[in-house]
Design a protein around this ligand. Structure first.
Ligand code: UD1
Ligand code: UDP
Length: 427
């Protein structure tokens, strides 16, 4: 195996879409890579359709893990991925986002001492009830390279103690994909709109798949009620994720969707076209918030938090949570703002369309120079950053670089006396 090869690990719809610009640039550079697909998503329209649309070749490995509980799915991916990585021995492992596939990739590579590079590092919703928040926090904690999409994401990482040298601000690769395909879809958009019976700027486009919305029957019912109400004001188009379809049927709510135009999950070009021409977008998706913002389409996020606060700061996205009245009120208000939002002028804080290139070039440099996870010898090189905090008698935070002396005790660079004092107080 070529020791300079890198391994991409992915397993769901958004991961293929957002890795595409990186892989395309890696192809141009000519760096050797493997693409490992976990099989977390397996339906044609959640996986293969994107390989076809982006003309990506089939993954070199498909772990075929399928659906399951979080532990089952994560564990299965780890078990299968470990075997593959032990054979390939890549220079580093790269994954994007916050799915169980990403968690498994981070844990497996870290345990094999293969450096892990995390794309979209530092995105935070501050909601530990979200499976994705757990996944990305763990992935960031053990990653060797953090590609942060935005300045705010980089600040989150610094705040969590990730050393600055590991953080690279790149922009979001989701922005790259939108910019790349905007002109392409212009050529086909008339046909696509006709196919779905959609009049430009007249309809609401909806996606829902978050566990917090689909796994809670009251919450799901409240959102669906809002869609029913909204459909009295404008057509509502809803390409439904299989997870949501299953829970809607289980909760007996399918009849409440009779005035909604329900579609199977769409390919990227079809979905981008529908987003670009929507009057308003309602979503709980991370990627869709970024894309609608980039297209300057007013958005209502069906959540109480977002990993993309810039979208709200620039007055394009509002958070409705999952209350019926609030969703309808905000959707109608946002729809009224369609033209105003389209005219907003600003430099996209989420990216400039070159994130994939930046990441690919950095990955190539790292693969070439051979980053390794070595056991640090802390006698000579003080590389641990300690943050000691005490609240007694007053709040005191000390950032220090420590090494260890001949007796194996920590010596701090600047303020060893202060540390001793604090230690005594804490005792
Ligand atoms: C997963 C990710 C989520 C991401 C989303 C992208 C986790 C914890 N969640 O959520 O972060 O935003 O993908 O869409 O990793 N199913 C099918 N066909 C498939 C795949 C799934 O029918 O091809 C159904 C199964 O009933 C499955 C359910 O959807 O149990 C959930 O799938 P899963 O991959 O566990 O989570 P997602 O909701 O897709
Ligand atoms: N998307 C798509 N077809 C659809 C719905 C979404 O191609 O029917 C794309 C969308 O453009 C975005 C990505 O899927 O790039 C978002 O995926 P998802 O909402 O499943 O996951 P998240 O971004 O929330 O992790």
């Amino acid at each position: 195996m070529d020791k300079n090869c890198i391994a991409f690990v992915a397993g769901t719809r958004p991961e293929i879409i957002k890795l595409y610009p990186v892989i395309k640039s890696i192809d141009k550079i000519g760096l050797c890579y493997y693409f490992i697909w976990s099989g977390q998503h397996y339906d044609y329209n959640l996986s293969k359709i994107f390989f076809e649309q982006f003309q990506l070749h089939d993954p070199h490995y498909n772990l075929g893990v399928g659906s399951g509980t979080h532990a089952e799915q994560t564990a299965k991916i780890m078990i299968e991925l470990e075997k593959v990585l032990q054979t390939l021995k890549p220079a580093l492992v790269v994954a994007q986002g916050d799915t169980n596939t990403v968690l498994a990739a981070a844990l497996t590579s870290a345990k094999l001492s293969i450096p892990f590079a995390h794309i979209e590092a530092g995105a935070r919703s501050w909601n530990m009830k979200m499976p994705e928040e757990i996944n990305r926090r763990v992935a960031d904690a053990i990653a060797s390279i953090h590609y942060a999409s935005t300045y705010l994401a980089a600040i989150n990482l610094l705040f969590e103690g990730i050393p600055k040298r590991r953080i690279h601000i790149t922009g979001s690769t989701a922005v790259d994909v939108v910019y790349e395909f905007l002109t392409k879809v212009e050529k086909i958009e008339e046909d696509i709109l006709a196919k779905y019976g959609a009049e430009p700027q007249s309809y609401a486009l909806v996606t829902i798949h978050r566990a917090e919305n689909t796994d809670n029957p009251q919450r799901l019912a409240a959102i669906i009620k809002a869609l029913e109400n909204l459909a009295r004001h404008m057509p509502v188009i809803f390409p439904i994720h299989p997870r949501t379809k299953n829970t809607v049927v289980k909760a007996g709510l399918q009849h409440n969707l009779r005035d909604i135009k329900l579609l199977e999950p769409l390919g990227y070009f079809e979905f981008l076209t529908l987003m670009k021409n929507a009057k308003v977008v309602l979503t709980d998706s991370g990627g869709v918030q970024v894309e609608a913002f980039t297209l300057k389409i007013p958005t209502v996020t069906l959540r109480y938090n977002t990993e993309w606060p810039e979208t709200t700061m620039y007055n394009i996205n509002v958070l409705s949570g999952a209350e019926t009245e609030r969703i309808v009120r905000l959707a109608l208000r946002q729809a009224e703002r369609r033209e105003e939002v389209a005219k907003l002028q600003f430099r996209n804080p989420l990216g400039d369309g070159d994130a994939g290139k930046r990441i690919a070039h950095h990955l190539a440099e790292v693969a070439e120079s051979g980053l390794t996870e070595e056991e640090p010898d802390l006698r000579d090189t003080p590389i641990i950053e300690y943050r000691l905090v005490t609240t007694y008698p007053q709040l005191d935070v000390i950032d220090e670089l420590a090494s260890f002396d001949d007796d194996g005790l920590p010596t701090f660079k600047n303020t060893s006396k202060k540390i001793v004092k604090i230690k005594r107080k804490l005792n």
